[in-house]
Each structure stands twice: as structure tokens, then as C-alpha cells.
Design a protein around this ligand. Structure first.
Ligand code: BT5
Length: 312
């Protein structure tokens, strides 16, 4: 966002400020202040002109300036009303050398899941991909997926949803006591690098926020269905803040993941590239791989699709 506009918002966040005061503090003309205020109003910042000056009544917008305003994490926002896939756009930015940009879309017309599966992403959801350039090894990269899952489940809980994590990347809401669930959010992490060094990692997070279940695939749920609508601006901000908290404290990721996990202690079927596996999920490793106790001993699974099975 334009620096002067950011400074104006900063000033208004502390209460009403008059035009002349703003002009003096920011060292611009009163006409310039008025122009910036108009531009902010056009971006849906509800700025009222009262007897004591300009007053920020509300931020109802869902766009880049609104998400950046009050965000307590070091990301700039690139917002699109509609885009094919926020991950595609984020990959493009990563290839151009960008860092710490969150690509947010109102809707995605070509949202992607893992393994080229489709991701339904209509208006009302929270679709965000974060461009990061961490100093980690390729082996540690899955921790970013777990960090995104922890952040998502945490913020969904703040919104009143009984969310938990299904290994490795699904945020789900349990149904009954038999290990059944509905999917609330999914995470697609893409990266580029060499074995000893990562160039960039893009965790893409898709949360079914203010969406009717009827507009989602079978087996999906939304925040609207579980707890009522959320303010998407605040939701994205909290998501980025929680993600930031874990990426800057990578050792805290696995313990936090364990606390939110629904998979541990479950009988699971894991569909791996090397074949199917059935057993009890007992733990995850320091790099986020799942440990499954099978009839033939303990197996460590680093990638695959996991399904919770009914207890025998
Ligand atoms: C995922 O894949 O769960 C990762 C989804 C990541 C989506 C985000 S949105 C922002 C960013 N931009 C992108 O283009 N993608 C990321 P996977 O585990 O493969 O699950 C995909 C499966 O989930 C599909 O085959 C459907 O069965 C189901 N599915 C599709 N859309 C869904 C939705 N909105 N909610 C719940 N389940 C869905």
C-alpha cells in the first residue's frame, strides 16, 4: 500500500484525527490528505468525517490494503477478485524472486489439490498462498505444511469450529466417534530447491469459510455450516500471524501439530506411491513423517493419502 495511506490508517487507528493535523504530521498538503482519504474510502475503508476529524469507523473490505491494515506479520498482500490458482500465481512470484508475499483470491477458477486433483474454490472461501524463502533443508520443508495446518486449525477453532488435523495436510471436523470427519480446509505445498537448500516454499491454504455445504464436494464442510460466517479479512490476518509464529519457531511445529492431530491413535489406511498400508498411526517424526504400527512392524511414511478407519 502507498506509504502515506498506510500512515493515515495508522494515525486513524488511534481515534479521530483532523485533516490539518494529518497534513502536518505527514508533511503533505491538506488537499493531498483529502485525496488519500478518498482513495481509502474507495478501497472500502469506512472513514467518516466527524466534528473532531476523520474517523475510521470500520474495515469491511476484503482486499490488499484492508488485509495489510492491522496485520501483525511481515507479509505484503497481492489480492485478486478471481484467479486461476493462488498457488500458480505465488509460484510465478517465487520464480521472479519475491519473498513474504501472500497471494489472496476472492475465488479461484482453477484451484488445485495435491496430485492434480481439483479444488473447489467459490466466492466466500479463504484462498491464500504464501511465498516464503526459508533457510531450511529440503527434508525440513514438510514442516511448513504442518505449520500451515496448525495455523489453519488454530484459527478455525478461534472461529468456533471443532477443527483438528488429519495427517498430513487436511483440517477436518470430526463426525461421531468412529473416526469419521468432514473436510474444512486443505493445504497444497509446492517448493523448489536442491537437497541441502530450499529456494522457495509456497504453502497454499484453502479454507471453506462463508460457503454453503451445497456448493462444496460431498464430504466437505465450511465454517458457515459449523459456526456461522467469519470476517475473512480477520481470518486471513490470523492465519498469516499464526503461520508466521510457527515458521519462526520451527521446533514448536511438531508439538503443536500433535496437540491438534486427530490421526494419532487412529487405525489408518495410507495410500503411498509404493503401495497401501494399514495399521495404527502412533506418532510423527521431527520432519513430519507418520509412524504407523502395522502387523509387520513400524513403518515411517513421508508422503501419501491417509484415511481414518473405524476401530476394529
Ligand atoms: C488438498 O488436496 O486438500 C489441497 C487443497 C489446497 C487448496 C489451496 S486453495 C489456495 C491454494 N491454491 C490452489 O490452487 N490450491 C491451494 P487433496 O488432499 O488432494 O484434496 C483434494 C480433494 O479434496 C479433491 O479430490 C476433492 O475430493 C476434495 N475437495 C475439493 N475441493 C474441496 C473443498 N473446497 N473442500 C473440501 N474438499 C474438497
Amino acid at each position: 500500500m502507498n506509504e502515506t495511506r498506510r500512515a493515515i490508517l495508522e494515525a486513524l487507528s488511534g481515534g479521530p484525527v483532523s485533516g490539518p493535523e494529518l497534513a502536518a504530521d505527514l508533511d503533505v498538503s491538506r488537499a493531498a490528505v483529502w485525496k488519500h482519504i478518498e482513495a481509502l474510502r474507495e478501497s472500502n475503508f469506512d472513514i467518516e468525517s466527524g466534528p473532531t476529524g476523520y474517523e475510521l469507523a470500520d474495515v469491511t473490505a476484503y482486499n490488499a490494503p484492508a488485509i495489510e491494515f492491522g496485520l501483525e506479520a511481515p507479509f505484503s498482500i497481492e489480492y485478486h477478485d478471481a484467479v486461476g490458482s493462488t498457488n500458480d500465481r505465488a509460484r510465478q512470484l517465487a520464480a521472479e524472486g519475491a519473498a513474504n508475499v501472500a497471494v489472496v483470491a476472492g475465488e479461484q477458477t482453477g484451484g488445485r489439490g495435491r496430485l492434480e486433483r481439483e479444488w473447489t474454490a467459490p466466492v466466500g472461501g479463504v484462498w491464500v498462498s504464501i511465498v516464503t524463502r526459508p533457510t531450511i533443508t529440503t527434508a525440513q520443508a514438510p514442516l511448513y505444511t504442518l505449520a500451515a495446518a496448525v495455523a489453519t486449525a488454530t484459527v478455525a477453532r478461534e472461529a468456533g469450529v471443532d477443527a483438528g488435523i488429519k495427517w498430513p495436510n487436511d483440517v477436518v471436523v470430526p463426525v461421531g466417534d468412529d473416526g469419521d470427519y468432514r473436510k474444512l480446509a486443505g493445504i497444497l505445498t509446492e517448493m523448489e530447491g536442491q537437497p541441502d537448500r530450499v529456494d522457495w516454499v509456497v504453502p497454499g491454504i484453502g479454507v471453506n469459510a462463508n460457503i454453503d455445504a451445497a456448493d462444496l464436494p460431498a464430504g466437505a464442510t465450511s465454517i458457515r455450516e459449523e459456526a456461522g460466517d467469519v470476517d475473512r479479512r480477520r481470518f486471513v490476518q490470523r492465519l498469516l500471524e499464526e503461520f508466521e509464529r510457527y515458521r519462526t519457531d520451527i521446533e514448536a511445529v511438531v508439538p503443536a501439530w500433535r496437540d491438534l492431530a486427530l490421526t494419532l491413535g487412529q487405525r489408518v489406511r495410507v495410500d503411498r506411491p509404493s503401495g497401501e498400508l494399514v495399521g495404527e498411526a502412533v506418532d510423527i517424526t521431527e520432519f513430519g513423517a507418520l509412524e504407523v504400527e502395522t502387523d509387520d512392524g513400524r513403518v515411517t511414511v513421508s508422503a501419501g493419502d491417509c484415511e481414518h478407519l473405524r476401530p476394529v
